[in-house]
Ligand binder design. Structure first.
Ligand code: PMP
Length: 361
């Protein structure tokens, strides 16, 4: 084990609980698979792909289509094997010993791991007590810490909180380095993407994914938008042919059905409001307003681990996020189909009204 870097040995590997239960509300996936006819069409595109050749080196058609969709110049879009790969490339192209990555807290746990693997120092900006972004503390931290990269997750996982574009502009004006905005859940927020600020903003990188609103987590397809001079630098930290031509072909098929997937996003947002209302109506629960496809719930008296396992025994899998000190007694619940949401509410009512005995210390 001596061969491994101390920071690697010190990390806990990212992992996921995966029991097959009737309601899977733990990973913020789309509750709907692609329609069969779209799968057929996508597979036809795939069949037209030559399998014996390497794919286009970088300038794939999908990247060009995304530049068009975002009205950005060619070269502004970098594709990744999931948006996480681009985040990793961004950190490894900017961070090193003596440089700092500034992260929100609580947020997506992978950020910290990737920043540490890049040998960067990590500093965190806490969310406010109500788990919203506090722009003033970010401005203050930018001045104090002078980070090479400041990463904002908006809407934030697991709180669902948003940083407004006006506040983001203040951060961009003040930041000494890159400001990256992870918009993995951006389509659910109802506000314009930070990508609309890209013309004229060389220090902005926006990360987006096909995994959530596009119902395509299995494809492993994400993208970064930035000015071409910036994508050129980040691309140096990516391996050649990082995105499979299989994902490219299927991603193009998804993109050709933008209106269909936008309709699903509207349905999900409607479901989110209904689920939120139902949860706040249950005594003993607090729900945080969310701009994403999940809702953070705080239990007033019960322990998250107990409720998590009681829900599991009722066929409902949610995410226990209570390990973070600011998220004590908190669970994160992905919005599902109306019938899945109804099952979640039913199970929550049962468990919270009639809790299992609290585990012994
Ligand atoms: N960013 C955030 C904030 C996420 O929660 C997730 C999914 N857990 C991702 C990125 C993952 O994106 P991808 O599947 O594109 O790698």
């Amino acid at each position: 084990m001596k061969a491994f870097r101390p920071e690697v040995l010190a990390l806990r590997a990212y992992s996921m609980e995966e029991p097959a239960l009737p309601v899977k509300a733990n990973q913020n996936e789309s509750p709907w698979d692609w329609p069969k006819e779209l799968k057929r069409e996508a597979l036809a595109r795939l069949a037209a792909t030559p399998f014996h050749r390497y794919p286009a080196f970088r300038g794939s058609r999908l990247a060009s289509l995304l530049c068009e969709r975002w009205e950005l110049p060619e070269g502004s879009c970098l594709l990744g094997n999931g948006s996480n790969e681009l985040l990793s490339a961004l950190f490894s192209s900017c961070l090193c010993e003596g440089r700092t990555g500034l992260l929100p807290s609580p947020s997506f746990s992978l950020y910290r791991q990737l920043a540490l693997l890049s040998r960067g120092d990590v500093r965190e900006v806490p969310l406010s007590e109500d788990l919203t972004y506090d722009a003033e503390s970010w401005l203050d931290a930018l001045d104090r810490v002078r980070p090479a990269v400041a990463l904002v997750c908006s809407p934030n996982n697991p709180t669902g909180s948003l940083l407004s574009l006006a506040d983001l502009e203040r951060l961009l004006d003040r930041a000494p380095g890159i400001v990256a905005v992870d918009e993995a859940y951006g389509e659910f927020s109802g506000i314009p993407s930070a990508a609309t600020l890209l013309p004229g903003r060389e220090n902005l990188v926006v990360l987006r994914t096909f995994s959530k609103a596009w119902g395509s987590a299995a494809l492993r397809l994400g993208y970064a938008l930035a000015q071409p001079r910036v994508t050129e630098q980040v691309s140096k930290a990516l391996l050649p042919y990082n995105v499979s031509p299989l994902a490219l072909a299927l991603g193009e098929a998804a993109l050709s059905r933008r209106e269909f997937f936008e309709g699903r996003v509207r349905d999900l947002i409607r479901g989110r409001s209904e689920l939120f209302e139902q949860i706040v109506g249950i005594e003993g629960l607090r729900a945080y307003p969310s701009a994403a496809n999940f809702i953070l719930v705080r239990l007033q008296n019960l322990e998250a681990a107990d409720v998590h396992s009681a829900l599991k025994s009722r066929g409902v899998l949610v995410r226990d996020v209570s390990a973070h000190p600011a998220l004590r007694r908190c669970l994160r619940i992905s919005v599902g189909t109306p019938s899945e949401d109804a099952a979640v509410v039913e199970a929550l009512k049962e468990v919270v009204a009639c809790p299992a005995p609290t585990s012994m210390p």
